[in-house]
Design a protein around this ligand. Structure first.
Ligand code: GDP
Ligand code: IMO
Ligand code: MG
Length: 439
């Protein structure tokens, strides 16, 4: 069966971009199904001895493979300015984008008032007594999805009809200006300037716009293989994450069907991407977070700074209770474990296998933040390894302790690890991981 999904299994930044790029040569289409320019998916490759890095925010991570068509599905919230800038940047590398990128006519647009309202909301939350700001990326994601579900959003298709666009935009901006002024005491936006700016986007984006669900359906009928690319991570899912410290979409497996318009019966592989430890950007509970030296060490060795906002990522030990929960929600058929190289040189590795709360020890993950902030992680300690493993290409060449670490994770979760990533570059991948039991 033809559709595989790549899903972040933690709090995002697990290395989805690298894995999607790696799997792209085996497929015909790579399709993003949710989120927006809050995502930052990094691809690193070698170019004549030099290492090149590119961070994608909206364009699917298959774009650097000629012959792969990239789709931005209806479930994505599209910032027209951001996508046009990203397209230009990709073209400047000599990569052909025209004819290879398709944008859903039903995707909702991010408008300047979404970012303004988000900034005002975050400011208000930060100054409240309980200081409960979410720590968003500031890309207007929450307010754009709010409008979508309130049925007041403006979609890509609206860009294509100037009269409709002018009418909808005026009404929307006037309403949002009232909210900005009266509720948040913030500055109102210039209606005419925004209308003219968005009318312009029509000419620039028109060639990419199509009914992507119909396109995917035809392609699948013709035998195409599709890789669906999730953004963010399962623990940031608006239903299954630590609400309200989540994003406003569904990174989990179900989001693929509604965000692309493909049937669940077409999906045969659900690949979860997990870091060998944990990171989180923004606020919200993080049971295995390490505040001291060990956490700093992970941040430094793993270069854990946000690909979109540059914020330092919070770091902590691998949380198997949380990972077991996202395995359950997504039904991962296998896992890719990334950044194993970052654990080299640490004497002892801790892995959280249970939570203690209310005097009970449990393997249940409570997604309610009031409980999740109270849990005390219970750890098992595994021996670390000294050797630099970033050059290893075969599982049998990993130190015994590293193989034991993989086997421990696999046994706990009862899900196979199919890929191990041991460096940011395309070539730094171990594909012969199975069968772990024999390793
Ligand atoms: P994404 O959002 O899931 O695509 O992940 P990001 O690109 O935001 O963050 C992952 C970071 O780790 C990027 O800087 C990658 O280049 C890097 N990376 C990916 N896999 C590995 C790996 O196995 N080892 C190391 N050291 N870095 C990696
Ligand atoms: P990728 O695809 C990590 C986090 C933000 C914040 C919360 C809500 O690169 O893994 P939002 O702007 O979405 O309303 O912010 O979600 N967040 C991410 N964290 N990786 C991401 O994307 C993220 N996208 C959003 O930091 O905590
Ligand atoms: Mg990222």
């Amino acid at each position: 069966m033809p559709v595989s999904i790549v899903i972040g299994s933690q709090w995002g930044d697990e290395g989805k971009g690298k894995i999607v790029d790696l799997l792209s040569p085996d497929v015909d289409i790579v399709a993003r199904y949710q989120g927006g320019a809050n995502a930052g998916h990094t691809i690193v490759w070698d170019e004549e001895g030099e290492t090149e890095e590119f961070v994608l925010h909206l364009v699917p991570s298959g774009i650097f493979h000629e012959g792969v068509t990239c789709v931005i599905g209806n479930g994505v919230v599209l910032d027209p300015k951001a996508i046009l800038e990203e397209i230009e940047k990709i073209k400047s590398l000599g990569v052909d984008v025209e004819g290879r990128l398709k944008i859903s006519h039903n995707a909702h647009l991010i408008m300047p008032y979404h970012k303004a309202i988000e900034a005002a909301q975050e400011e208000e939350r930060a100054s409240a007594d309980d200081d409960d700001e979410i720590g968003t990326t500031g890309r207007g994601i929450g307010p754009a999805y709010t409008d979508k579900f309130a049925r007041t959003g403006i979609r890509v298709v609206d860009l294509l009809d100037e009269d409709v666009l002018r009418r909808k935009l005026r009404r929307s901006i006037e309403e949002k200006n009232a909210i900005l002024r009266d509720v948040y005491d913030a500055e109102a936006l210039d209606v005419d300037r925004i209308v003219e700016e968005y009318v312009e986007f029509d000419h620039k984006i028109d060639d990419y716009v199509t009914d992507t669900s119909a396109y995917l359906s035809r392609a699948l009928d013709d035998g195409a293989r599709v890789l669906a690319e999730g953004a963010q991570g399962s623990l940031l899912d608006v239903d299954f994450g630590s609400y309200p410290y989540v994003t406003s979409s569904h990174p989990t497996a179900g989001g693929c069907c509604t965000g692309l318009g493909v049937s669940p019966t077409e999906i045969d592989r659900v690949l979860g991407i997990a870091k060998a430890y944990c990171t989180r950007v923004g606020n919200g509970p993080f049971p295995t977070e390490l505040d001291g030296e060990v956490g700093e060490d992970l941040r430094e060795k793993g270069d854990e700074f946000g690909a979109t906002t540059g914020r330092p990522r919070r770091c902590g030990w691998l949380d198997l209770v949380a990972l077991r929960y996202t395995c359950m929600v997504n039904g991962f058929s296998e896992l890719a474990l990334t950044k194993l190289d970052v654990l080299s040189g640490t004497d002892e590795l801790k892995v959280c296998t249970q939570y203690r709360y209310d005097d009970k020890v449990t393997r249940r993950f409570p997604s309610e933040p009031q409980n999740l902030t109270r849990v005390e992680p219970q750890y098992e300690t595994l021996p670390g390894w000294e050797a630099d493993i970033s050059g290893v290409r075969h599982v049998e060449d990993l130190p015994r302790e590293a193989r034991d670490y993989l086997a421990f994770v696999e046994n706990y979760l009862d899900v196979e690890i199919g890929l191990v990533s041991n460096g940011p570059r395309r070539s730094q991948i171990i594909t012969d991981v199975q069968p772990m039991a024999a390793a």
